[in-house]
Design a protein around this ligand. Structure first.
Ligand code: BGC
Length: 715
């Protein structure tokens, strides 16, 4: 008999349920410690998995208790939210998505996994793959933005990166694709609220990133807190058992979200914890995170005949199988055995700086304000985000310590050692107090150029951080007006750095400021990365992975909308538009300026008639007719003109990057296999529908800027 079957044969019910239990180890990141002190329970074998433990020594000590002091010596599975880095933090995922570079997505995940594994951890609750089309929802910051195809590419890269070539390696983590599924569609952008979307939207928009994660071999999946049309995902047998395990073929572990099994009672689908635990187990949830429902209530559920021992054994088998694949039985101390070498740490910081600079989206740059012209004798860095290093981390900082974050001032001091750097907050991020404004304005008056640091605190996006107003909080608008006005009067350049975990709705700022950089939350090297772009050492290249609204009233806003029968027409009253605002976003998906200037021409698509077994070769010429070297990102969209169901106006099917020197020409190629042109038919399975398909290539999802060729798809 295999080791796992022998163990299952030896285990008491309490020990089995221990393997299905994950609890916080006395230190909590996202909620109160519900399960209390776990030490005795680990010895007794009634807690088999932990979360939220930071540091190699405590991890090793907990592991020792399980391996050396519990009856069966089964190692613990210990996880943490290593979402965008561990000790060294990379840009938040929404920002990193904007690199449109799967190699980088994979590299940062690999680096984060190595660092976390060096702390003894074996699981990360990442990648977060929720498509996010509503910036009121704070959790969009944790994922790859609005598009399912982009989300699927991000998913594959992150799973590869976290898990590496072999899950058993000392530097590999089990990835957890979360939050399955459609969490991003919460009603009115309010966290944890109910979700009610069509079957089609579920399959076309919200499932593809998860399908891609499963295809890439993701070890675990976490159901969302939310309900879908009344059925909480934690109990959703149709989507967990039938779709995820059945149709998608997922054979890994399903780990509940924090206290989500107990919350089935509050959802109103279970009368008590016994029913809640039974529903979750029957739906296929293997590990109960923080509810104490499996340990506490499955024995009674067995008694009531609500679950079977076979269901419990199946879940235990999957958990033990994952522990085996992670190599935990062979050597439970493999991870965390060797402290990281200084070179590894330095390499990670270099990567964080490079990726940080590449994640900055230049939203606006009038009068060639950027890069700031040298020499700068005196630079004023003002605004409430000019000082707090902690905020550079963004939501989910894992083991990132405040003192290891490089803020804006430190970044510019290092970049411009000869310049005098003056700093003042002016106003706080969120207060009504304006007494610091005068001093800040005075500093601005004394400087050659001004860096105006505005935005949200890191805690204003992420979990339970939704906002109904998406402007600048506190008195920042008033402060920004004053700074911009004074600088204009004195002819001084102002560069606005906009820190946020979402697109902020600040049309007035985009009108008044000459230069605005979306700097999101860039992680440990934020200050250096920002200075690199502002001084011109690095040419900005990122694109926004989410449509940027002009007004909250436009939300949800995304490029993959259908045209409808009355598309907007300014000359026709009875068409789909607002009376008081254009339909178009402030910045389209894919928007982002560079220090170059690119012109596209000569889109070629062959063959003009494509059959299901073929692929399209797509090519476009690009010239950098700007004055500086830069990297351009091009997007490939398709549009099925006439289908059995109306198709979105644009569907993303590719992205490529090209770097060109001033005056240099090049060409960008895409290969599009015909199966990418399939649509989901009436029964939601992929079909080829013959007919005309538009192939569109350009710098963003703004239709007027795309080159178009039409081909035919034959059956
Ligand atoms: C979040 C998850 C996270 C878990 C563990 C929950 O509150 O929704 O994304 O993985 O906590 O920290």
């Amino acid at each position: 008999m295999s080791r796992i079957e022998t163990l299952i044969g030896d285990m008491t019910l309490a020990e089995k349920l221990g393997q299905l239990t994950m609890t916080a180890a006395g230190h909590t990141v996202t909620g109160p410690v519900i399960a209390g002190d776990s030490t005795e329970a680990i010895r007794a074998g009634t807690i088999g998995n932990l979360l939220n433990l930071v540091g190699a020594a405590p991890v090793r000590e907990m592991q020792r208790l399980a391996v050396e002091e519990s009856r069966l010596g089964i190692p613990l599975l210990i996880g943490l939210d290593v979402v965008h880095g561990h000790r060294t933090l990379f840009p938040v995922p929404l920002a990193e998505a904007g690199l449109f570079d799967p190699q980088i997505w994979e590299r940062t995940a690999r680096a984060a996994a190595a660092a976390a594994a060096a702390d003894g951890l074996a699981m990360t609750f990442a990648p977060m793959l929720d498509v996010a089309r509503d910036p009121r929802w704070g959790r969009g910051v944790e994922g790859p933005g609005e598009d399912p195809w982009l989300g699927a590419r991000f998913a594959e890269a992150k799973v590869r990166g976290f898990q590496g070539a072999s899950l058993g390696a000392a530097d590999a983590l089990a990835a957890v694709a979360k939050h399955y599924c459609a969490y991003g569609a919460v009603c009115a952008g309010r966290d944890y609220a109910s979700v009610d979307i069509s079957e089609r939207t579920l399959h076309e928009v919200y499932l593809p990133p998860f399908a891609a994660a499963v295809a890439a071999g993701v070890a675990a999946v976490m159901p969302a807190f939310t309900d879908l049309a009344g059925m909480p995902m934690t109990a959703h047998a149709g989507l967990l058992r039938d779709c995820l395990r059945g149709r998608l073929g997922f054979d890994g572990v399903i780990v509940s979200d924090y206290n989500a099994i107990a919350e089935l009672v509050r959802h109103g689908v279970a009368a008590d914890l016994v029913e809640a635990a039974s529903l979750a187990l029957a739906a296929g949830v293997d590990i109960d995170m923080m509810s104490n429902a499996y340990r506490g209530a499955l024995p009674a559920a067995l008694g009531r005949g609500l679950v079977t021992m076979a269901q419990i054994d199946a879940a235990v088998r999957r958990v033990l199988d994952l522990k085996q694949r992670l190599g935990l039985f062979d050597d439970p101390y493999r991870r965390g055995a060797t402290p990281e070498r200084a070179e590894a740490l330095a390499a990670r910081r270099r990567l964080a700086r490079a990726v940080g600079a590449r994640a900055i989206v230049m939203l606006k740059n009038e009068r060639a304000t950027l890069p700031l012209a040298a020499p700068l004798r005196r630079l004023a860095i003002v605004g409430p985000l000019s000082s707090p290093e902690a905020d550079m981390r963004g939501p989910w900082w894992a083991a990132g310590e405040v003192q290891d974050q490089v803020g804006v001032v430190a970044g510019f001091r290092a970049a411009l050692p000869a310049a005098e750097i003056l700093q003042a907050a002016g106003v706080a991020i969120e207060s009504e107090d304006t007494h610091g404004m005068a001093e800040a304005l005075q500093l601005c008056g004394a400087a050659d150029a001004i860096i105006l640091c505005l935005g949200e605190a890191a805690a204003m996006s992420g979990e339970a951080a939704c906002r109904a107003h998406l402007g600048l909080p506190g008195r920042q608008r008033q402060f920004a007006h004053a700074v911009l006005e004074q600088a204009r009067a004195r002819g001084k350049p102002v560069v606005v750095l906009l820190f946020s975990g979402r697109p902020l709705v600040v049309p007035w700022l985009f009108e008044q400021a000459d230069a605005v950089l979306a700097v999101w939350f860039l992680g440990s090297e934020a200050g250096h990365a920002i200075a690199d772009v502002v001084t011109g050492a690095v040419s900005p290249s990122a694109r926004t992975a989410i449509s940027w609204p002009r007004a909250v009233g436009q939300i949800p806003i995304f490029f993959g909308q259908r045209r409808g029968g009355r598309p907007a027409d300014p000359k026709d009253h009875y068409t789909s538009k607002y009376l008081d605002l254009p339909n178009e976003p402030q910045f389209a998906f894919g928007h982002g300026l560079t220090y170059g200037h690119f012109t596209l021409s000569n889109l070629r698509v062959t063959p003009p008639l494509v059959t299901p077994g073929e692929a399209l070769q797509i090519q476009v010429d690009v010239v950098n007719d700007g004055a500086r070297a830069a990297q351009e990102t091009l997007f490939l969209f398709v549009h099925d003109k006439v289908a059995s169901l109306a198709r979105p106006l644009l569907e993303l099917r590719g992205f490529e990057r090209i770097t060109l020197a001033p005056g240099e020409r090049g060409s960008v190629r895409f290969l599009l296999p015909a199966p990418e042109l399939r649509i989901l038919g009436p029964d939601l399975t992929p079909v080829f529908e013959p007919g005309e398909i538009e192939i569109l290539v350009g710098p963003c999802a703004e239709r007027a800027r795309l080159l178009v060729e039409t081909i035919r798809l034959s059956a």
